[in-house]
Design a binder for this molecule. Sequence first.
Ligand SMILES: NC(=O)c1ccc[n+]([C@@H]2O[C@H](COP(=O)([O-])OP(=O)(O)OC[C@H]3O[C@@H](n4cnc5c(N)ncnc54)[C@H](OP(=O)(O)O)[C@@H]3O)[C@@H](O)[C@H]2O)c1
Length: 266
Amino acid sequence: MSVALVTGASTGIGEATAIRLSREPGAELVLVARREERLRELAESLPCRATYVAVDLTDEDAPQRIRQHLESEHRGELHLLVNNAGAAWRGEFAESGHANVKRHMELNFDAPVRLTEALLPLLRKSAPSAIVNVASTAGRVARARTGAYSASKFALIGWTDALYAEEKGNGVHVGMVLPGYIATEGFPATELREKALTRWLVSKPERVADAILEAGPGGRAERYVPRFYALAAVARVLASGPMRRVLSGGAASALTTSTAEEERAT
Ligand SMILES: NC(=O)c1ccc[n+]([C@@H]2O[C@H](COP(=O)([O-])OP(=O)(O)OC[C@H]3O[C@@H](n4cnc5c(N)ncnc54)[C@H](OP(=O)(O)O)[C@@H]3O)[C@@H](O)[C@H]2O)c1
């Protein structure tokens, strides 16, 4: 038996990951997100035992509620924690200010940190086990109007690197996945998919799900999806001048796509 918990499992990358994990022999899943109906439908459709916790991960008591669920429903075991839930609200800092940075940090950084703190004792007890944090290529390269989102993902990446080193000796592997553009409900990438010139940049959630398995039970430290997005991270360090000129030029605005949360807010 192998217990895996996926946050943000009601749609997109999290849903694809739950479906992918459910095909592993002996898998037992815990699905987490806010929309209970979606979680129930997914749990009932999977070929393995799956339970769910409908919770807002930014709520104060969310980590303890999830831990109690694992203790009462899954014998207090946890072999894989996938910190995937996240969102983005675009906006220039001059207009969106600290409030926008704060809401990104609460969901994309504080929530995975708080959940990991609550579940680390279970992961250590269940070792060999793994954590996979879903970061972003935007956690290596920032563009205009995505500063708050990038800040939260840069923070997640830095913390993940340290946790990898700290938990190695405890049998808890800590991996990280850095997706590029992936067409999902929250990040539809409509602007890029509409044009033949940019369509090739957009990938599918199923490819991220495969990478999550490589970065978790497979033992990889990090995986870009698609792999060629690693070039953007390398160029940011080795050719920072040209990269800065490209990213602050007019053409770069075409690379900042709208998100569902942003549409909801307007
Ligand atoms: N798609 C991309 O292009 C892309 C690129 C790089 C990185 N990523 C990262 O990949 C992860 C998944 O994104 P996605 O593309 O699959 O987006 P998505 O389709 O919008 O899915 C986001 C998931 O997070 C859940 N969620 C959002 N806020 C929550 C909250 N407060 N509490 C609990 N759950 C919450 C949502 O469920 P409910 O609404 O039901 O709560 C949903 O299941 C995110 O961390 C994102 O930053 C995505």
